[in-house]
Design a protein around this ligand. Structure first.
Ligand SMILES: [Zn+2]
Length: 373
């Protein structure tokens, strides 16, 4: 798997090197922010990588492999493309791009003409083209701060998650309580929309959890869990973000949290194929820095607020984080398999504190990123 991935990256590198030709400067009105937009020549025609457009506009892209469509949200308006097709749908109209959308190694390329449509028709007030450069009105972007947070209480329904050894507490119940408390704190103190992947004791597939976050254009995704280990002495808090698991312990937790797919049907399982993983992995790497930062903030808060053992921030390859196209973390509050921590997890005070810690880290992250925008 790793060899396959490296080979893929090397091939991509050679391929990309031969594609990069020229670029447009990008500047922002009312801001010192600057960027550039590479122009890629494919079969003699000029193209733009959709992910570059997503970055310069602070937009979001969702790819549906099944229907072969790409939904791109820019300035909160939706543009829809289809693979290998020369039309873009915007509002109630369709516009001819004159050349087909290209899909190469998991990247999507739209004809450069799309920029003209942006400036002339779609985002007249926000985008201007000026001889070799793109000018974006930054004040129109200021509205697009961290506004939507999806909280994901792990497990549910037929999947109880970890089960305490002494009191028989079920992870699904504890994390739902804590998640609801986080939601309350966020809504009370910040100007954000908070959505939960489940509100009661029901089963939600892993794919549906991230689809929900993507469909709602969440700016942050937080999956909330309690840990368990064969070693009944294991204790403490840890926060994960996506990657291939780095340590033996991280791999064990990864295997446990991924176990849930045994409850899922064949169709959902087929989503987690190798190729998908590579594509998802590459997409998610865009948010690795943010995810790692959010995880660090949360880990610090958990350990300080709960006085739990600091197991640190770790990387693991959780299915539930793979499909989330936004900063995302998975929180393991404490160990249900440890009799002392199981008792603590039952207490309302401990649950309140855990919620407060998660809330505070989201607030810190939001404060930092809203200021940068
Ligand atoms: Zn769990």
């Amino acid at each position: 798997m790793i060899i396959k991935k490296y080979l893929f990256i090397i091939l991509l590198f050679f391929f990309s090197a031969s594609l990069w030709a020229k670029e447009l400067g990008v500047s922002y009105l009312n801001s010192t922010r600057k960027d550039h937009l590479p122009i890629v020549e494919i079969e003699g025609k000029n193209y733009l990588n959709l992910y570059d457009l997503e970055r310069i506009f602070d937009g979001s892209i969702k790819v549906d492999q099944k229907s072969q469509t790409i939904n791109c949200v820019i300035f909160e308006k939706k543009c829809e493309f289809s693979f290998f097709n020369n039309w873009v749908h915007f509002g109630k109209h369709s516009y001819n791009l004159h050349n087909d959308i290209q899909v190469i190694n998991g990247f999507f390329y739209v004809p450069e003409y799309f920029l003209n449509l942006c400036a002339d028709k779609f985002f007249h007030d926000e985008v201007t083209l000026d001889d070799g450069s793109v000018i974006i009105n930054f004040s129109s972007m200021e509205k697009y701060l961290i506004k939507t947070i999806v909280l994901d209480p792990g497990h549910g329904g037929k999947d109880p998650g970890a089960v305490g050894r002494i009191l028989g507490l079920q992870e699904k119940d504890i994390v739902l309580n804590i998640t609801k408390k986080v939601k309350k704190l966020l809504e009370k103190n910040l100007d954000v929309k908070v959505l939960l992947t489940r509100h009661d004791d029901r089963f939600v597939s892993l794919g549906d959890r991230t689809d929900f976050a993507n469909d709602n254009q969440a700016d942050i995704f937080v999956s909330i869990h309690c840990n368990a280990a064969y070693n009944t002495k294991a204790s403490g808090s840890e926060v994960y973000y996506l990657s291939t698991a780095q340590t033996h312990e991280a791999r064990a937790v990864e295997a446990m949290e991924n176990e849930v797919i045994k409850f899922e049907d064949q169709e959902s399982i087929s989503r987690y194929t190798d190729l998908d993983f590579i594509l998802y992995d590459m997409r998610q790497t865009e948010y690795l820095n943010e995810s790692s930062e959010l995880s660090e903030m949360c880990q610090k808060q958990l350990v300080n607020t709960l006085s739990t053992k600091n197991n640190g921030v770790r990387q693991a390859n959780f299915y539930v984080l793979r499909g989330a196209f936004m900063p995302a973390m998975l929180v393991e509050i404490a160990y249900l398999s440890n009799k002392y921590e199981e008792k603590k997890l039952l207490s309302k005070d401990f649950q309140e504190k855990a919620a407060k810690a998660i809330y505070t880290s989201i607030k810190q992250f939001k404060d930092k990123y809203d200021k940068m925008n």
